[in-house]
Ligand binder design. Structure first.
Ligand code: PLP
Length: 452
């Protein structure tokens, strides 16, 4: 693969899946857990920038970034070099029982970009779910309270604690109960669906979603002094790329301040530049108490981080730790990722290319009867596919068809929520590359529309 191919576009030269892909799929079916949620038979071999080549030599534009992970693009040379250098020096020592300098170096770096004033403290885990587990346990520990509030549509991970907060799809929870008790889910301000028919002003609706907590929950079933934390995604990811209005986030902050509750923002998907700011919560001006991050932080190496205001992380040795969390190689990848993001101006690029894409897609609800809504921030954009623009009924099968058709044309998107196409390319994507993907997506929408 050369850089030249990046500007030409996807190159599909076999039927999909190709012969080598079919061999891998057969092995996968035999050995691999069927719990994974593959949308189409893409068998990756190597990647560079926004291009992923499959095992049959087909080249795809990756507008999923391995589910919003490969922020600096696939195998950015500086990230690769940092991983190689670190692997030759020290692969593991366990920050739980020993010290190494890079744990501190990365913490200092993250503290500088934190969405709340410092000083800060940082916990290292291996995944988004582990960052959430930390926030869940810590919020209980610090406040000595048992209950937490989360939102319908939320996705916070699949470990038992994180899963208790998740409320995105029934199959994620079916047959796994009993989960961690003490979680109450309330409505997330999905303005597009909440204000169907335009009966209600969007801000009033969003404010109502937040006020329900204080005016209904706290006056009926949940004593506020027993609530440790409110967990919220400033942009719901798996739930459908739904943006929380500023007024909603501000009201959550007010409620938390009034009742001594921790405001935890889950930026596992939206953080580290994806939305055109380091953290999506910054678009709202709200300062959280804790922020969880993972996906984009190390360009594909496993690292989860829970960062809090320093005084909140007041637990004692042994109360929480993980053998591999903050592994030296992952930290080296993360430091290189942050360097590349800063040096190449990728946060600004996410904003600019994202705005360019949103502008190009803004009239789709007028042009395409199956497109209900186009929304997002930066390079976290959702295209909502509907059965009927008036009722805004979800069109899950049509959405899946759109995603499949784009795959056949060489662009990788994923679905999210009941009927949204998720657009989340690496932050290095150019406007030219974005134009190619937008064209392919529109063709795929037209094809799905014609098939209906
Ligand atoms: N939180 C959010 C917002 C996510 O999008 C995800 C994963 O998609 C998680 C938490 C869980 O992360 P992981 O899959 O790394 O455990």
């Amino acid at each position: 693969m050369t850089t030249k191919t990046l500007t030409i576009g996807p190159k599909i030269q076999t039927a999909l899946p190709g012969p080598n892909a079919r061999r891998v799929l057969a092995g996968d079916e035999k050995f691999i857990s069927p719990s994974y949620t593959r949308s189409y038979p893409m068998v990756a071999k190597r990647g560079r920038g926004i291009v992923v080549e499959d095992v049959d030599g087909n080249e795809f534009f990756d507008f999923s970034a391995g589910i919003a992970v490969t922020s600096t693009g696939h195998c950015h040379p500086e990230v690769v070099a940092a991983i190689q250098r670190q692997a030759a020096e020290l692969i593991h020592m366990s920050g739980t029982d020993f010290y190494y300098e890079s744990m501190v170096t990365l913490a200092e770096r993250l503290s500088k970009i934190a969405p709340m004033p410092g000083p800060h403290k940082i916990y290292y885990g291996n995944s988004g779910a582990e960052a959430i587990e930390c926030a869940l346990k810590l919020s209980r520990y610090h406040t000595k309270r048992q209950h937490v509030i989360a939102f319908l549509g939320a996705f916070h991970g699949r470990t038992m604690g994180a899963l208790s907060l998740t409320a995105s799809k029934p199959q994620q929870k079916r047959r796994f109960s009993p989960l961690v008790p003490g979680v109450t889910h309330v409505r997330y301000p999905d303005v597009y669906r909440g204000c169907v028919g335009g009966q209600q002003d969007a801000d009033a609706f969003a404010l109502g979603c937040a006020r329900y907590i204080e005016e209904k929950l706290f006056k009926t079933v949940l004593a506020p002094e027993e609530v440790a934390a409110i967990f919220v995604e400033p942009v719901q990811g798996e739930g459908g790329y739904v943006v929380a209005p500023t007024i909603f986030m501000q009201e959550l902050r007010r409620i938390c301040d009034t009742h001594g509750i921790m405001l935890v923002v889950d930026e596992v998907q939206s953080g580290i530049g994806r939305t055109g700011k380091w953290f999506a919560v910054e678009h709202t001006g709200v300062a959280p108490d804790m922020v969880c991050m993972a996906k984009g932080i190390a360009s594909g190496m496993p690292l989860g981080v829970c960062m809090t205001k320093a005084e909140i992380m007041d637990w004692v040795p042994g109360s929480h730790a993980s053998t591999f969390g903050g592994n030296p190689v992952c930290i080296a990848a993360s430091l290189a990722t942050l360097d590349v993001i800063e040096k190449e101006g990728l946060v600004r690029n996410a904003q600019e290319v994202g705005n360019h894409m949103l502008k190009r897609m803004a009239d789709w609800p007028k042009k395409h009867r199956i497109v209900g809504d186009v929304r997002g921030r930066g390079l976290m954009i959702g295209v909502d596919i509907v059965k009927d623009q008036k009722t805004r009924e979800y069109a899950n099968a049509d959405r899946d068809r759109v995603v499949e058709k784009a795959f056949e044309r060489g662009v990788l998107f994923l679905g999210c929520g009941p009927s949204t196409v998720r657009i989340a390319p690496p932050l290095v994507v150019t406007k030219d590359e974005a134009d190619i993907a937008v064209d392919v997506l529109e063709e795929s929408i037209s094809a799905a529309e014609a098939n209906r």
